[in-house]
Design a protein around this ligand. Structure first.
Ligand code: 4FN
Length: 250
């Protein structure tokens, strides 16, 4: 997958590519990440990429010209790529959107600064507006990195891909179950016995029950979106009985 990112701070993306799975994806040729600085297309001697907003008010707006010129420059070898602007006005990013976008061979991501970009760039060039959540940020670079990070695990040949992406369907849409590793006794806190017994069916049911129960407790909105199997309904009911106090039951 080729991803072109337009940002006035291309160096921020070193945080993504210095290490970890994104680096591995690049090394294996599964990810071709290219950064484009709109400042490189400016024509004035001050290399301006922003100006004051029409209508007045605080802050600055990113100029249309450097963004449009950057887009036409990076599009020279292909005009069929989806352009995504990371913005608080966008649709909230969810896993199913990431999965869909992973099917594209190429993406163009646009990260804003200041108060955002000239609306005419959005009107003319942007195909999708995506937001990673409701909080104030100083730029769209981290949101772009969040999206790229989310895409990594769907790229072919990136480790963990074949097994962990598709095989964990029995807990799809659920929060994780609790994880434990050595030692069995950590400062008096022990690992649940079921995980030490080696009964794989019992372990599978315990994990599924924990995943369901924790999702029900912490993210009821996620549970509501699911169609539970008979086994999942049964296990959730057991969890709810175990975790509901006598007081609430009365
Ligand atoms: N943010 C809000 C309301 C008004 C402005 C902002 C805000 C960076 C260029 C956009 C923020 C959050 C999630 C991009 C926030 C995102 C951004 C994102 C983002 C500089 C203009 C700005 C009501 C959401 C709190 C600054 C709410 N996902 N403006 O943060 O780019 O993608």
């Amino acid at each position: 997958m080729r991803i072109d990112v337009i940002s006035i701070f291309p160096e921020m993306f070193k945080a993504l590519t210095c290490c970890g799975m994104a680096l591995r994806a690049i090394e294996r040729g599964a990810l071709d990440l290219r950064l484009w600085d709109p400042r490189d297309t400016t024509k004035d001697k001050h290399r301006r990429i922003d100006d004051r907003p029409y209508g007045g008010g605080p802050g600055m707006v990113m100029l249309a010209q450097p963004l449009m010129d950057t887009l036409s420059r990076l599009r020279q070898d292909d005009g069929a790529s989806k352009v995504i602007y990371l913005t608080p006005q966008g649709t909230r990013l969810k896993q199913d959107k990431i999965r869909d976008l992973a099917g594209q061979s190429r993406l163009i991501l646009l990260s804003g600064r200041y108060e955002g970009i000239d609306e005419r760039v959005i009107d003319r060039e942007v195909d999708e507006e995506i937001s990673i959540g409701d909080y104030i940020l100083t730029g769209g670079e981290l949101p772009a990195m969040v999206l790229i990070e989310g895409l990594i695990r769907y790229l072919p040949g990136v480790l963990g891909n074949e097994e962990s992406v598709f095989a964990d369907s029995f807990t799809e849409g659920l929060l994780d179950w609790p994880h434990y590793t050595r030692p069995v006794d950590f400062a008096g806190h022990e690992v649940p016995n079921v995980l030490l017994g080696g009964n794989h069916e019992e372990i599978r049911r315990w994990r599924l029950k924990q995943a369901l129960g924790r999702t029900w407790e912490r993210r009821p909105d996620l549970i509501e979106q699911l169609v539970l199997t008979d086994e999942q309904k049964e296990l959730l009911l057991v969890y709810q009985k175990e975790h509901t106090s006598e007081e609430v039951l009365r």
